[in-house]
Design a protein around this ligand. Sequence first.
Ligand code: NDP
Length: 450
Amino acid sequence: MPATPNLIDDVYDEILSRNPGEPEFHQAVREVFGSLDRVLERNPQYVQASILERICEPERQIIFRVPWVDDANRVRINRGFRVQFNSALGPYKGGLRFHPTVGLGTVKFLGFEQVFKNALTGLPIGGGKGGSDFDPKGRSEGEIMRFCQSFMTELYRHIGEHTDVPAGDIGVGQRELGYMFGQYKRITNHFTGVLTGKGLEYGGSLIRTEATGYGATYFLQNMLQAQGKDIAGHTVVISGSGNVATHAAEKCTALGGKVLTLSDSEGFIYDPEGLTQEKIDWVKELKNKRRGRISEYAVAFKGAEFHAGKTPWGVKCDLALPCATQNELLGPDADVLLANGCVAVSEGANMPTNLDGVHKFKAAGILFAPGKAANAGGVAVSGLEMSQNSARISWKEDELQRLLVDIMKGIHDRCVEYGTKPGGGVDYVKGANIAGFKKVADAMLAYGVV
Ligand code: NDP
């Protein structure tokens, strides 16, 4: 049996050469591999069955043309993607992202993360991800609808309630999911739970919209409470102003935290008074209905400032929740947060902290929750939406709230189980990676070579 560090390096080199030009995918693989040396040493059956090599190769990758007609009657072409990464634990499950930066490498990194995240929830769901390089910003309602319909006109043949169940992500919210579900239903003549995050009127689940941001906050609270601390009375810096960020802000505020910032791709707002529920509702309206920019917050609320072209990590805080996008918190940002006394970071976004930043947080010994654990609340409630759709029932809100709290506690405890360091303290990155990997690897072993 080869020494595992060499094996891990060899497999990683192979992945680099087989997947050129996909730096985010490489980064996601590197982060998981960094936790696996002892697991492979203790479980030679994984090495024997080439689990490491197989788990990094998507089961299926679909790339398709998405033609649509804009308001000026011009034919536009975008590219659509669906990467069905791993179905060892259940149907592929993971969101669709519409953003001009989307390419195969982005979708593969998100799909890879999703495999382990979904395993951590304890629900029977595999991992996948998809999207398009379509940019919804500035597009009319009609253009968004025609794009979504054309996207689904190809995607429908690859998905199904027992095969692959997409949801939303950046640029894909309830409006887009409504258009896509409508088109799926029209083409197939099936009303089934093929998408999650749907509107409540047509099969959506209560608290799905809130679940990712709430879940990331519960995870933060779990980490703090394990050290006898609390969110209450502490200052919080949040990036993003979309679904995840606004609901993280809402839950942090409800739990007694003082949220100081939100952001978008143009800059961040700093509100020294702290956000209130009323201000958060205003941001939700701004983003979801008026499709406005976060800079407008500083015009609407006295005392708030807008900092153009900057990220919020320079604002002094106790707690940080990056909730915008990947690689938005870099090594130097981590230095500033640490120097300012930040004691805990919970990733609402997927891979928002780059590897340099993660190493700095870990070396400083602060509480650091990786996205695949902290933001799993969204896909967990999506899993519950699938169950409700299969049974054709709707669960009550208090029941779903309780399940979300329980699931986030369960993920936290699994990270503690696999990530507790010999000298005390918890490496949540390692804990999440090992717990997720082992579950998927054991299922893959059971299937033989597939
Ligand atoms: P939204 O589209 O609702 O919001 C995205 C927010 O991030 C916006 O404020 C957007 O600003 C900002 N943003 C996007 N790209 C960039 C960029 N390149 N630089 C700076 N800011 C950027 O998406 P979500 O809130 O749903 O998703 C946010 C993150 O959470 C993503 O990483 C996503 O993968 C992850 N996630 C989401 C889940 C969900 O349930 N929605 C589940 C689990 C993870 P702007 O409007 O200017 O683009």
